[in-house]
Write a protein that binds this ligand. Structure first.
Ligand code: LLP
Length: 391
């Protein structure tokens, strides 16, 4: 869907209006993704909160809010962006290990649905600030379930030796303490086991852990209104055209099958990458093609400043030459950016049609953690964004 547009000149029309590099968002892919999420969750007590950190572009946020999703937020800036985009504060959750006082106040003031609390000191501060404001704050405990999701070490979050959440072994004390605090309404439990997860096994393990916990608390007479299983569903970076949407049926089906929700319990999801990953491409122009002794390099006008994922996580993104229609010969290139860092490489040994200065290049599947992680390193400009399709 996306690439048909890319190849048939859509981008070339748009490029007349926007200087490269820019993010190109195919809103048809985003709409199809959101429709599929709503289709797979309809009729179940499921609520999907979009993880704004994946892409906070105001136009994207508005589209997602219009489809009725909630928002998962990790900073005061994201709370403001979600409010501006029209998300319902009741359907906002606020996560993060280092929430500052002003961010907590902003959340309480706007009546956000839930603080996902990551430590006891944080719980005390929320209780104190809510008390000062004459309000009650809804909270869920983020639990570190010690499940290895087998993703890149920098995006694994659910194992025991990282900074996120509180250990299951101290949960009972924390829950009882929260129930005793005057300005806290303890709503539920929250989990997040990692990102770019494509096998369902870690989610099955998560369901089993949650089932055990729910049984245990049931015996203590403690009921949770919400269970939040976080995000993490991965996308297919290798074949964006044949798999423009993630397998939501399999993902939501895993929870439908394995999680034993109690009556009146809501299941929350916090998906980021799966919602926006497929709809975005980074469009760049070839500045130079250069040959060293053993290698040919395609040097782009986009680099790690626009898309840091390959440099930071050795992430793979498909690279396409949009100007090469009719060129039959191929060559092998390293596709690199202009930034003064040797990690500023998009792809090693990439087979492409013979490429020339001035060609347009698309770096695919860049809708998630692309624009939102861009920087001004080397005093470069922030990338522009361009939208195509039904909006
Ligand atoms: N909930 C929590 C508590 C999270 O920490 C995250 C992501 C999400 C939800 C959304 O995860 P998603 O559905 O997007 O996988 N920059 C990295 C990914 C970092 C993910 C951080 N946490 C990347 O580019 O791969």
């Amino acid at each position: 869907m996306g690439s048909a547009m890319l190849e048939h000149g859509f981008v070339r029309d748009i490029v007349e209006q926007a200087a490269t590099p820019f993010y190109y968002y195919d809103m048809n892919v985003l709409q199809a993704t959101l429709a599929e999420v709503n289709r797979q969750t309809a009729g179940h007590p499921f609520r999907v909160h979009y993880a704004v950190k994946a892409n906070g572009n105001p136009h994207i946020l508005k589209n997602i809010a219009n489809h009725g999703l909630g928002a998962d937020l990790v900073s005061g800036g994201e709370i403001k962006a979600a409010l501006a985009a029209g998300f319902d504060p009741q359907e906002m959750t606020f996560s993060g290990v280092g929430k500052t006082d002003w961010e907590i106040r902003l959340g309480i003031e706007n009546g956000i649905g839930c603080f996902n609390v990551e430590s006891i000191p944080e719980l005390e501060v929320i209780n104190q600030l809510a008390g000062e404001m004459g309000k009650t704050a809804n909270i869920a405990f983020r639990i570190n379930p010690d499940i290895d999701a087998h993703t890149h070490k920098y995006i694994t979050t659910g194992t025991a030796d990282n900074k996120f959440g509180i250990g299951i072994e101290v949960l009972e004390g924390a829950v009882k303490h929260a129930l005793s605090l005057p300005n806290i309404h303890m709503k539920g439990l929250h989990f997040h086991i990692g990102s770019q997860i494509t096998m369902m096994q870690p989610y099955v393990m998560l369901c089993e852990t949650i089932n055990r916990l729910l049984d245990h608390y049931d015996q203590l007479g403690i009921h949770f209104e919400t269970i939040n299983v976080g995000g993490g569903l991965g996308i297919n970076y290798l074949e964006p055209d044949t798999h423009p949407l993630p397998d939501f049926e399999q993902y939501f089906g895993t929870f439908k099958q394995h999680l034993k929700l109690q009556p009146n319990q809501l299941l929350h999801f916090e998906l980021g990458r799966a919602i926006v990953g497929g709809c975005g491409s980074l469009i760049a122009r070839v500045v130079y093609v250069k040959e060293n002794r053993n290698k040919k390099f395609i040097i782009l006008d986009a680099g790690m400043t626009e898309l840091i994922r390959p440099a930071l996580y050795e992430a793979h993104h498909e690279v396409q030459n949009l100007s090469a229609a009719g060129r039959e010969q191929q060559d092998t290139y390293d596709v690199v950016g202009p930034v003064c860092e040797s990690s500023d490489v998009f792809a090693h040994d990439c087979v492409l049609p013979v490429t020339q200065r001035g060609d347009l290049i698309a770096i695919r599947s860049a809708g998630a953690y692309g624009e939102s992680m861009s920087s001004r390193y080397n005093m470069r400009s922030m990338p522009a964004s361009v939208f195509a399709g039904n909006q």
